[in-house]
Design a protein around this ligand. Structure first.
Ligand code: NAP
Length: 231
C-alpha cells in the first residue's frame, strides 16, 4: 500500500484528505499538535482498515519531523508528503502595519521552513518510491493582495516558490502546490472571526487533490476550482 505523511491532519483539510486516502487504501502518518483531536481523527481513519500512525508534535520540531519519516519507513516508505499544517502569524489577521515580527517569523517557520525540512527528511524515501509526490497547500493569498493577509500570504508565496524550484530540481518527483480556495475551517474562523459567509467544507475540495494523484500532471501550481471541473 502507498504511504502518505500528512501534517495538520487532526481537522479541516488535513483530516478530510486523510479520510479520503484511507478510503483508497493508503497507509498514513498523521501529525498535529493537539494529541486528543489527532487521536480521534486517526481512529476515524482506522475504521477504513488502513494502517495509521498518529504522532502529536510540532512541524517546526526537527526531531518530530524525523519521527514522522521514521514512522512512514516502518509502514513501507514515503510515497506522498502533504505539507498542510499552517500558521496565520496573527489571529485574527491584522494589517501589515500591526503585524508583530514574531508573528511573521512564526508563519514563515511553520509554513515554509518546516515544510522544506520535512521534504528534506523524506527525500531519500520519496525518490525510492515509484510514484513519489509532494503536495504543499497554498492559498489565494499567496498570489492576490488581500488586506490583512500579507504576512500569511508572503509565507505561502515563499512556499509556492520552494515547491516550484523543488519540482525543477527533482524531476523524479511530482511537486504540486495546491490552492484549495476558501473552506469553512477553524483556520478561516481564526483569521477573520465573524465572517460566516458560505464556504465549502474541506471534504468538497478533496477530489481536487485526488485528481492530482490519479492523473499525475506535471509539477506546478494548481487551483482547486480548475481541478474540480468535470469531477
Ligand atoms: N480554510 C481556508 O479557507 C484555507 C484557504 C486557503 C488555504 N488554506 C490552507 O489549507 C491548509 C489547511 O488549513 P485548514 O483550514 O484545514 O486549517 P485547520 O482546520 O485549522 O487545521 C489545521 C491543522 O494543522 C494543525 N497544525 C497547526 N499548526 C501546526 C503545527 N505547528 N504543527 C503541527 N500541526 C499543526 C492543526 O492541529 P493543532 O492545532 O492541534 O496543531 C490542524 O490539524 C493550510 O495550509 C491553510 O493555510 C486554508
Amino acid at each position: 500500500m502507498p504511504v502518505a505523511i500528512i501534517t495538520g491532519a487532526s481537522k479541516g483539510l488535513g483530516r478530510a484528505l486523510a479520510e479520503a486516502l484511507a478510503a483508497r487504501g493508503w497507509d498514513l502518518v498523521l501529525d498535529a499538535r493537539g494529541a486528543g483531536a489527532l487521536e480521534e481523527a486517526a481512529g476515524a481513519v482506522t475504521r477504513h482498515g488502513t494502517r495509521v500512525t498518529a504522532l502529536p508534535g510540532r512541524v517546526t520540531d526537527g526531531t518530530h519531523r524525523a519521527e514522522l519519516v521514521a514512522a512512514a519507513w516502518r509502514l513501507g516508505g514515503v510515497d506522498l508528503v502533504v505539507s498542510n499544517a499552517s500558521a496565520l502569524g496573527a489571529e485574527p489577521l491584522v494589517p501589515l502595519a500591526e503585524l508583530p515580527p514574531a508573528g511573521l517569523r512564526r508563519a514563515l517557520e511553520v509554513n515554509v521552513v518546516a515544510a522544506l525540512g520535512l521534504v528534506q527528511e523524506a527525500l531519500p524515501l520519496l525518490l525510492a518510491s515509484p510514484a513519489g509526490a509532494v503536495i504543499t497547500v497554498s492559498s489565494d493569498a499567496a498570489a492576490e493582495a488581500y488586506g490583512t493577509w500579507g504576512g500569511y500570504g508572503a509565507s505561502k508565496a515563499a512556499l509556492d516558490q520552494l515547491a516550484a524550484v523543488l519540482g525543477v530540481e527533482e524531476p523524479g518527483l511530482r511537486v504540486w502546490a495546491v490552492d484549495p480556495g476558501d473552506m469553512a475551517t477553524d483556520l478561516y474562523a481564526a483569521a477573520v472571526p465573524g465572517d460566516d459567509g458560505p464556504r465549502p467544507a474541506p471534504a468538497a475540495v478533496v477530489p481536487a487533490f485526488l485528481r492530482l494523484l490519479d492523473e499525475r500532471p506535471a509539477s506546478g501550481r494548481y487551483a482547486a476550482p480548475s481541478l474540480l471541473e468535470g469531477r
